[in-house]
Ligand binder design. Structure first.
Ligand code: FAD
Length: 535
């Protein structure tokens, strides 16, 4: 499968001399680490990553229980009509050109759509949806197709509506920091545009070079800076969206305060294309920090990770902009599989802590005192701090490369759960006892520990139904017992519809179903996603 470009931009920062590189001290490789490595966990599994989309089993074959809805089949008449709405080069029917739109980034689901439409304007989206609704054609909205829950590709033969050509920046108020743009703008491009004007996007994630703001909003993406800038529910000020019948809903307010009735934008934030297609977004963008530092730390136990997080919250306070953790096997997926250099010795756990502020000297003092405190109390044993953009970028690459590195193991069973901090990591050792070592590559955890969000990953050489049976619904039941969420930030998509009830009450699900019926009575928008079939 062709991989898309992923990247991140590191902003220019003032480099505080003292923090140019603090090498705390190096410790010998700990024997305890060995016990954390499962037998054969890092044994160089044969890399069976799909090399082209047809290697991925069709979703309808892998999940025979999912039945196609009674939608119309695409006909020549439909294609001709789409060509009357869009120029013919934006009505894609060539099998090779469509292939990448049918397969998700993880290579775990593959639809069989025969058409991809590429509108450039809200009016074109409206005309397409009006026609699809009248003709009872199901559609799948698609942004950058980096979603990790199978929501962004068709399940059967839905018409793909790609927003990739809706990529205009409409306005930026440099005083208030409010950016208005079309949904197909790539997150990294927006961030680069803003950074030239002293501003930044309030969210950042490993897929920033490919994902689009419309996709981010539709998944209510979290990412690595949520701890500092909050969720999109807060920073998105307004949305324009097109409903299933083609009606344009204009909630594109760029006001910070607007309590005139129901806050309709929230219906589109996180609804994963099931209630409408987001066409424009107004978003509040903070100023770029003048000083950024990243500390990469090695720790012995998960308790030490929690202690470090607690100290970071109190000691770094308002300058803390990211607090990430990864266990040894997660980091190994990036270092071994992507050939990246580990900056410190080998430890059972690592943390990446970022500070962003407006005064380098102040931040330096705070960070130094924070790190000295941790060293003094024996919580961290090894670490390095970067303040130069190039080194910061390298450190982030280690954390952000994990998602891609895991794919090189073969198939990834991926879980994105919210858990209380005191039970955050316990599921990993539990799964190591449940899963037969000879069946799995690695069982590892990483994620946004500051937000209580664990990315639990199990890799196997290829998709293995026996592993699936052991892991699901166990992971969801475990999460539910701890009153966590079965989807912290990736959404429900296609993969988790049958497990949503572990985190949503029946009355909430009923209301969701009623809202869906009201806004999309024929159910043409992203069917088989989010809502469970039986509700
Ligand atoms: C390496 C990597 C790292 C990632 N890190 C994170 C992370 O830290 N945090 C996080 O939350 N996610 C993360 N993700 C997941 C993914 O990048 C996000 O979910 C992202 O927001 C999806 O954006 P997209 O444009 O690719 O949307 P797509 O994948 O194309 O679509 C996602 C969903 O939104 C719908 N959709 C897309 N555009 C629209 C629109 N305009 N209107 C209506 N519906 C639409 C689709 O139908 C689908 O259901 C990561 C993914 C990768 C590959």
């Amino acid at each position: 499968m062709k991989k898309k470009k992923l990247g991140r931009v590191t902003k220019k920062v003032v480099v505080p001399d003292m923090l140019r590189q603090i090498l705390i001290h190096t410790v010998a490789r700990r024997a305890a680490i060995v016990t954390l490595i499962q037998k054969g966990a890092v044994r160089g599994i044969c890399h069976s990553q799909p090399c082209c989309s047809s290697d991925v089993e069709l979703t309808s074959v892998r999940y025979p229980g999912v039945q196609r809805g009674s939608y119309s089949q695409l006909s020549d008449k439909h294609v001709q009509h789409f060509k009357s709405i869009l120029p013919k080069e934006r009505v894609i029917t060539d099998e090779d050109d469509i292939a990448a739109h049918n397969v998700d980034w993880l290579g775990m689901v593959r639809g069989a759509s025969q058409i991809v439409l590429k509108p450039k304007t809200t009016e074109e989206v409206s005309a397409i949806l009006k026609y699809c609704n009248a003709e009872n054609l199901a559609v799948c909205p698609q942004g950058g197709n980096t979603g990790l829950v199978g929501g962004s590709v068709p399940v059967f033969d839905e018409v793909v509506i790609s927003t990739s050509l809706m990529n205009n920046i409409i306005s930026l108020d440099e005083l208030s920091g409010v950016l208005v743009c079309q949904a197909g703008c790539i997150l990294e491009n927006l961030d680069s545009y803003l950074s030239e004007r002293g501003l930044m996007m309030p969210l950042d994630l490993g897929a920033k070079g490919t994902c689009q703001i419309g996709g981010n909003v539709s998944t209510n993406a979290g990412g690595i800076r949520l701890i500092r800038y909050g969720s999109l529910q807060g920073s998105v000020l307004g949305i324009e969206a097109v409903m299933a019948d083609g009606e344009v809903i204009d909630c594109l307010s760029s006001l910070k305060k607007d309590n005139t009735g129901y806050h309709l934008k929230h219906l589109f934030i996180g609804s994963e294309g099931t209630l409408g297609i987001v066409t424009k977004v107004a978003i509040q963008c903070p100023p770029s920090p003048k000083a950024v530092n990243v500390a990469f730390l090695g720790l012995d136990t998960f308790d030490d990770v929690l202690r470090t997080f607690k100290e970071a919250r109190s000691g770094l306070g308002e300058i803390l902009s990211s607090c990430e953790m990864m266990d040894m096997l997660a980091l190994d997926a990036a270092t071994t599989n992507l050939n990246l250099q580990r900056p410190i010795g080998e430890f059972p756990f690592y943390m990446l802590i970022e500070t962003s502020g407006s005064n380098g000297t102040h931040d330096e003092e705070k960070l130094t005192s924070f790190l000295e405190g941790l060293m003094g109390s024996g919580i961290i044993h090894d670490g390095t701090v970067a303040s130069e953009p190039s080194r910061i970028k390298l450190m982030w690459k280690l954390r952000e490369g994990i998602t891609e590195g895991l794919l090189h193991d073969g198939y990834v069973f991926k879980y994105d759960i919210s858990l209380p901090h005191n039970s955050f990591y316990a599921i990993i050792p539990e799964l190591k006892t449940r899963l037969p070592a000879e069946k799995v590559g690695r069982i590892c955890g990483y994620g946004h520990v500051g937000d209580g969000n664990l990315h639990l990953n199990i890799t196997t050489p290829k998709f293995d139904p026996a592993v699936l049976k052991i892991v699901e619904p166990f992971v969801f039941e475990w999460t539910s017992k701890l009153k966590g969420s079965v989807s912290a930030e990736h959404g429900i998509g296609f993969k988790k519809t049958q497990y949503i009830h572990f985190s949503k009450s029946q009355s909430s699900l009923n209301l969701m179903k009623d809202i869906k019926k009201l806004m999309d009575p024929k159910g043409i928008l992203n069917p088989y996603k989010v809502l469970p079939a039986q509700h």
